[in-house]
Design a protein around this ligand. Structure first.
Ligand code: 13P
Length: 256
C-alpha cells in the first residue's frame, strides 16, 4: 500500500518573514489533506522558525543537505545531529544542484545518506541524469551508478527508512516536465534495481518525481504505478500552488 509524499524544497529562497508566512499557510491548508504525507525543506537558518509553525501539525520539517561529519572542525557545515536537534525528520541528500554546482560525488552522497540515517532521520536521496546523458541514452546507467553507491555502502535494507527522488536535471526549474511515462519508466527501473538486492524493500520504497511539478501536472504523475509522490521546487514557494499539488496526492491516496 503506497502513500504519496509531497515534499517542498525551498532551496535558497525566502527571508525570516516569508518563510513563516509560507509555513503557516501550508499548515492551515494541510489539515484536511489526511491521505498524503507532506514535508517542507527550508534553508538551514530558518529551520527553527519554520519548525515553530509546523509543531503539532501534519507537516514534517526537512533539510536540504547535511554534512558527512557529525561534529568537529568543519567550518560552515551543518550536521545531521544538529538537524535532528532542530526537529528535522528528513534530509535531502545528493540533490543535483549539490552534485553539479558543488562537486558532490556519488560517494559523498552515500556518506551523507549514512550520516542522516545514523540519527534516525529519513534520507531523501536524489538521482537523475542531465540532458546530455539522456540524449546519449545513458539515463539508466547514470541512475544505477548514483543508486549503487548508496546500496554498496548501506545495503538495500537501508532504503526501508528512506525515500528516493528521481529528478532529471533537464526538468528542474526549466518548466519542462518529464512526461508521466518517461518518469514512470525510470521509476520502474529504480525499483527493479533495488529488487535485484531485495524485492520486499523494492516494493515498499517510495520513489518521488521532481522537476517542474505543478498543480496542472501533479495528478497525472501521481497516478503512475511507480510514482509515489513529488519533490517540488519552484511551485513549493507558493502556498496555494503547493497545497494544490498536495491535494492531488491526497486524492490519489483516497483512491487507494
Ligand atoms: P522545480 O520543481 O523548480 O523544477 O525543482 C525541482 C527540484 O529540484 C526539487 O528538489
Amino acid at each position: 500500500m503506497r502513500r504519496i509524499l509531497v515534499a517542498g524544497n525551498w532551496k535558497l529562497n525566502g527571508n525570516s518573514h516569508s518563510v513563516v508566512r509560507l509555513a503557516s499557510a501550508v499548515v492551515q491548508g494541510a489539515r484536511e489533506l489526511t491521505e498524503v504525507d507532506i514535508a517542507v525543506c527550508p534553508p538551514y537558518v530558518y529551520l527553527p522558525a519554520v519548525q515553530a509553525q509546523l509543531a503539532g501539525s501534519r507537516v514534517a520539517l526537512g533539510a536540504q543537505d547535511a554534512s558527512v561529519q557529525d561534529r568537529g572542525a568543519f567550518t560552515g557545515e551543518v550536521s545531521a545531529p544538529m538537524l535532528k536537534d532542530c526537529g528535522c525528520r528528513c534530509v535531502i541528500v545528493g540533490h543535483s544542484e549539490r552534485r553539479s554546482l558543488f562537486g558532490e560525488q556519488d560517494q559523498d552522497t552515500a556518506y551523507k545518506f549514512a550520516a542522516v540515517r545514523r540519527q534516525g532521520l529519513m534520507p531523501l536521496l536524489c538521482v537523475g541524469e542531465t540532458l546530455d546523458e539522456r540524449e546519449q541514452g545513458v539515463t539508466e546507467a547514470v541512475v544505477a551508478r548514483q543508486l549503487d553507491a548508496v546500496l554498496a555502502l548501506e545495503g538495500a535494507g537501508a532504503l526501508t527508512d528512506a525515500v528516493i527522488a528521481y529528478e532529471p536535471v533537464w526538468a528542474i526549474g526549466t518548466g519542462r516536465t518529464a512526461t508521466p511515462q518517461q518518469a514512470q519508466d525510470v521509476h520502474a527501473f529504480i525499483r527493479s534495481r533495488i529488487a535485484r538486492q531485495d524485492a520486499g524493500v523494492a516494493a515498499k520504497t517510495r520513489i518521488l518525481y521532481g522537476g517542474s511539478v505543478k498543480s496542472a501536472n501533479a495528478a497525472e504523475l501521481f497516478a503512475m504505478a511507480d510514482i509515489d509522490g513529488g519533490l517540488i521546487g519552484g511551485a513549493a514557494l507558493d502556498a496555494q500552488e503547493f497545497l494544490a499539488i498536495c491535494q492531488a496526492g491526497h486524492l490519489q491516496g483516497q483512491q487507494g
